[in-house]
Design a protein around this ligand. Sequence first.
Ligand code: GDP
Ligand code: ZN
Length: 376
Amino acid sequence: MPDERPRKSKGEKVRVPFRRNRSPKKRDKDWTGRGRDAEGHDVEAARIESVVPKGDISRQRTIIVGEERPAGEVHRGVVVAMRGLYANVDDGTKMVACTIRRILRTRLIDDRGAIAVGDRVGFVIEPQGAAKNKETEGVIESVEPRTGQLQRLAGRRVQTIAANVDQAIIVSSAGQPQPKPHLIDRYIISAHAGQMKPVICMNKIDLDSDGFASEKLVRYEHLGYRVLRVSATTGRGIDTLRESLKDRTSVIAGQSGVGKSSLLNAIQPGLKLRIGEVHGQTEKGTHTTTTAVMLRLDIGGYVVDTPGIRSFDLSLISRDELEAYFVEFVPLVEKCRYPSCTHVYEEECAIKDAVGRGEIHPDRYATYLALFEESS
Ligand code: GDP
Ligand code: ZN
């Protein structure tokens, strides 16, 4: 595709080329490299990303050029915190406080919503920017296409809480609160919907002397999911958990009381606190924030910290896509008599038959039915 972006726009009215660029098709391609369905889901992201040749991806990364574009070098980094129109960007060695180029902001909001933590951005260091606002050093010029994302429904809008999340660590507890497979299922489904890899982690395994809780996870192992059995108290399995977080971006999900904070603390003592301080420096001492922040691990990688968001938003999932997120259903659905079988009402349904034969766990099917009822 010819590159029509206004590379050399000095002295030129920027608006004209941008308008020309605003046809929806081109915008999708140039901005995020993926489509959305009617509800704004990014269900296609992983697939489209994976089929785009490397060269295309790097071309997509070159984004906005403003009229007053500084000649400076473009640096790369990850947004770790947002406050209003300001972003803290981690460039791998330090935090850079950034504003967002106005035209980029407008366009992003039109296109897919604002910048979120986890977004990979290109920014320039702008000395005159610093003069205008002592707090900032850089200006974000571009945003890379997103992969997995954590989203929720805010009113009727889909809001991205965190972008480029690789995996969801789904924490349950072998003690109190009791493990609830239907809840684990729900977390798995929403992880799939957000293109995050689910990792099932049972904490408080020290309390499971009879193995009763642990046994509830065997079904997930059979489905091919990664299952970890750990204890924040005794340290069992913590090295394995830490290793699975290394160099990835993870969200830690699970009911209150399962031990998420204890696990984070076992992985890296003081993680939250220390990051809070770094955060405070660029945010005038405040570290109370309502949006998600990314906690950086010493070993590499990030953990998304989402205050006030305890569970994933399943209301984002449509009825049609539901079956695709039950991995054991996928190879069977084509064997249902009716191509549009919902696996609820129909006769000669391969899913219901498999449940009858004991090949699909009845609890999993029950979760499917419950989610089917809830979705539309
Ligand atoms: P969160 O709400 O998920 O962040 O859970 P917390 O980290 O606050 O832990 C809830 C409670 O579980 C606390 O009283 C912890 O001491 C306890 N807890 C956490 N991990 C373990 C564990 O591995 N074993 C046991 N026995 N208790 C734990
Ligand atoms: Zn069926």
